[in-house]
Design a protein around this ligand. Structure first.
Ligand code: CP3
Length: 332
């Protein structure tokens, strides 16, 4: 059993594994080199040689306990037929939903489209054999994918009225749930040993949306993943009530965002916890990083805990700061 499995499955508290969301990405010069030569981001995510290479880049540098497959949550909209592109300094831009309905999509067509992702997972998994590291696969939560598919770009604080058409939402939700399950199953089949569900826009759901679009739909994915014998970590970023979320959705572990009060959450939640440190702190001085991460480690010292951030590593982060942080956690 690797350290992350020990924490999640056995509830062990005497080890603190560590990995980072967005640990493979633009803050690494070796990633930027590859990215410069591969302008089309979706194509890069479908490159069977480069995906394992990028996935393993952070493990070459730091003593971290997991690799997370280099991919994107928007591979689902892409694979069901909605055009997706990434514009520099803007983010993702999604196209018309019409193509989805006329595409005659089948399970086999979907799998064929994402086949390079699965081949890349197999390749990475082989390279990690005997290394006592987890290989994390992931998906976007149905709500967050719905937001992207309808809003067609990252939402700004408030969601536009476009999200008010219930019929469109329900139809899409069915498609999203169906294909997200297939994507989870295929990632596990090819060697992912944990699944993380990213609900980046959970904090934008209104009270009337939370039950159906967050609790019910995420629970379906959690139950499905557990039925494959694999632990599932949920990250409902900036959701108001983590306690209620955990009670409703029942993930194997929960990732908290950096606005969460860590002493409060410790009293409210008994399942394993991951994350919490504000990624912006890594842009500052070492002393603050040391103080804040020690506070977190002290707080969770008797609770099953996986060290991580409260959101992804920022592109401006100095890799030396991450190295400093990893060593700090390992020496604690
Ligand atoms: O964590 C990892 O290292 C694995 C790879 C990973 C990426 N995206 C690669 C990526 C993961 C786990 C994701 C998840 C993801 N993608 C989320 C959920 C997590 C979160 O940040 O809230 C979301 C919302 C997306 C959608 C997305 N992809 C956006 C909004 C953007 C553009 C803005 C940004 O943060 O870069 C992307 C592009 C993207 N995905 C990049 C990477 C490395 C940057 C691509 C580039 O320009 O080089």
């Amino acid at each position: 059993m690797n350290p992350i499995e020990q924490v999640i499955i056995k509830g062990k508290t005497d080890i603190t594994p560590v990995w980072f969301m967005r640990q493979a990405g633009r803050y690494l010069p070796e990633f930027r080199d590859i990215r410069l030569k591969n302008q089309d981001f979706i194509k890069l995510c479908l490159n069977v040689d480069l995906v394992p290479e990028i996935t393993l880049q952070p493990l070459e540098r730091f003593e971290i306990d997991a690799a997370i497959i280099f991919s994107d949550i928007l591979m689902i909209p892409y694979a069901v037929g909605q055009p997706v592109r990434f514009q520099k300094d803007f983010g993702p831009i999604l196209g018309s939903l019409e193509k989805i309905e006329n595409s005659g999509l089948t399970e086999q067509k979907f799998i064929n489209k994402l086949d390079p992702v699965y081949k890349a997972i197999s390749k990475t998994s082989i390279k990690l054999k005997n290394k006592k590291k987890s290989l994390i696969g992931f998906v976007g939560a149905p709500w967050t994918i719905l937001v992207y598919m309808i809003n067609k770009q990252s939402p700004k604080k408030e969601l536009s009225k476009m999200l008010s058409d219930e019929k469109v939402k329900d139809n899409l939700l069915k498609i999203i749930l169906n294909y997200t399950k297939i994507h989870i199953r295929e990632q596990v089949k090819h060697g992912a040993d944990i699944i993380q569900i990213f609900d980046s826009w959970a904090g934008l759901a209104s009270n009337s949306d939370i039950k159906k679009y967050i609790y019910e739909s995420t629970t379906e994915l959690v139950e499905f993943t557990k039925s494959l014998g694999v632990p599932v970590i949920c990250f409902p970023r900036e959701i108001e009530n983590y306690k209620e979320y955990v009670n409703e959705v029942k993930p194997s572990a929960v990732n908290i965002d950096y606005k969460v009060n860590i002493r409060g959450i410790l009293k409210e939640i008994s399942i394993p916890i991951q994350g919490g440190l504000d990624p912006k702190l890594l842009l500052g001085d070492k002393n603050t990083v040391k103080n804040e991460s020690t506070k977190i480690l002290d707080t969770f010292k008797d609770h099953p805990y996986i060290f991580n951030l409260g959101h992804g590593v920022l592109p401006q982060t100095d890799p030396n700061m991450l190295e400093y942080l990893v060593n700090l956690v390992k020496d604690y």
